[in-house]
Design a protein around this ligand. Structure first.
Ligand SMILES: *Cc1c(COP(=O)(O)O)cnc(C)c1O
Length: 417
């Protein structure tokens, strides 16, 4: 459920018509519903109420400070994948003991900063990384909490670019090698082995890959416990899918039931790293029609947002819902919704039956809260768009539209060039 609903003919975010925000801030812009963000976190967390758990929201899905603060206010921690994300987590006052650090390429500086901050644990993705964390921790006189990211080799049945838990993936270590690597980790003096981690992919719409992964991971946890490892945390990553089009992903309640069942009796605190399911349907990208171009072969609705603002359709061919901000528009057309960028891959929708938009109409691109703004760029020297948060009837600009000066920040023309 989300808080984007029509009132009369106007699509609203909570109590505010999107057209009013467009008048105030111009287009394009991202808009997030505070009530939806809060509700998603509450729903996910309460599904696991009966077991010890920690929700570490995956910052990369949407890293706006106001979004992060909303989650911190509801007790969440964070899954970070870079020094920049640690910086953001600290900016919003996240308790460092609720931060886990994932990713295959952590640098020594990033590791040192995370140790100084006092994070809960590193999800380690290779044996060389174990050595590096051990060395950095030794230099700082610290002990690093670690889990190994184990690759259970299950097919998440999602897009190959966001499938991460198969043998051929760059992520994690192979489950068949895990015991050996755990023993090695235990022999390193500045590491404290406290967890097991896995994350098998994103936008999963079936329970079975999660269930298969847990069965394999469960066996590993039991083996480790028998060997005397004090495994306190089982981090099951993120990946729960959302409805973009007609997908019917498991509800958080169904997901929780399967996981609680699959981990029963292990005596661990479960950690989750949800990203998309928290923010995806809590955000929209609002754009205005610049031109409508009717062709022999195709119709094009040319809007002022582009692939640099929302990359998912161009990158993965993904579906984003297209809605009219004013639903009194008569009739429909079959068209591509495209942006101004000089690339044929610059589309937000293709061959889609959509309202018969005219010049000046507002188009709402749905389900854009996850991997939307965070993957945006300045390609074609386009300024990144503002992010707006709505709370009840309040409209808050939580990131301003970039200026032309922002575009050239840090650039210099060397003297004598
Ligand atoms: C991207 C990522 C997540 C979040 O994935 P979603 O599909 O957005 O829930 C969680 N954990 C790790 C390690 C990730 O890389």
């Amino acid at each position: 459920m989300n808080h984007f609903q029509y009132r009369n003919n106007d699509l609203c975010c909570e109590e505010v018509p999107l057209k009013d925000i467009a008048t105030q801030v111009g287009t394009p812009f991202y808009v997030y519903s505070h009530a939806t963000l809060s509700r998603h976190l509450e729903t996910f967390s309460s599904a696991f109420a009966e077991v010890p758990h920690l929700i570490c929201y995956s910052i990369k899905a949407n890293s706006n400070l106001a979004v992060l603060k909303t989650f911190v206010n509801h007790g969440a921690g964070f899954d970070i994948v870079s020094g920049g994300e640690l910086f953001r987590a600290q900016k919003v006052g996240c308790d460092a003991a609720k931060i886990v650090y994932s990713g295959v390429g952590k640098t020594e500086t990033e590791i040192a900063d995370a140790l100084q901050a006092g994070i809960l644990m590193f999800n380690v993705e290779s044996t060389q990384e174990l050595d590096t964390i051990n060395a950095v921790a030794g230099r700082l006189g610290k002990k690093a909490g670690i889990a190994l990211r184990v690759n259970p080799d299950v097919d998440p049945q999602t897009h190959p670019y966001i499938s991460t838990g198969m043998k051929k993936a760059k992520f994690g270590i192979n489950i068949s090698q895990a015991l050996e690597d755990y023993r090695r980790a235990a022999s390193l003096p500045n590491l404290e082995v406290i967890g097991v981690d896995c994350h098998i992919g994103s936008q999963l719409t079936k329970l079975s890959p999660f269930v298969d992964a847990i069965a394999k991971i469960r066996e590993l946890v039991e083996n480790l416990q028998q060997e005397g490892f004090a495994i306190k945390y089982l981090d099951l990553g993120g990946g729960l899918g959302i409805t973009y089009d007609a997908e019917q992903p498991p509800s958080p309640a169904d997901y929780a039931r399967a996981i609680i069942e699959g981990t029963r009796g292990l005596g661990v605190t479960l950690i989750f790293e949800p990203g998309r399911v928290m923010v995806g349907n809590a955000g929209m990208l609002i754009t205005r029609v610049l031109y409508v171009k009717k062709g022999e072969a195709k119709n094009f609705v040319i809007v002022d947002a582009a692939m640099n603002d929302l990359t998912r359709p161009a990158l993965y061919g993904s579906y984003q819902g297209i809605q009219a901000a004013d639903r009194s528009i008569d009739g429909t057309i079959i068209a591509d919704v495209v942006g101004p960028i000089c690339e044929s891959g610059d589309f937000l929708a293709q061959d889609r039956e959509i309202p018969a938009f005219s010049q000046g109409d507002l188009v709402a691109v749905a389900s854009a809260g996850a991997y939307g703004f965070t993957m945006s760029s300045n390609y074609n020297s386009r300024r990144r768009v503002p992010e707006i948060m709505v709370k009840n009837d309040k409209v808050m600009v939580v990131r301003q539209r970039e200026t032309y000066d922002d575009l050239i920040k840090g650039e210099t023309i060397p003297e004598g060039l």
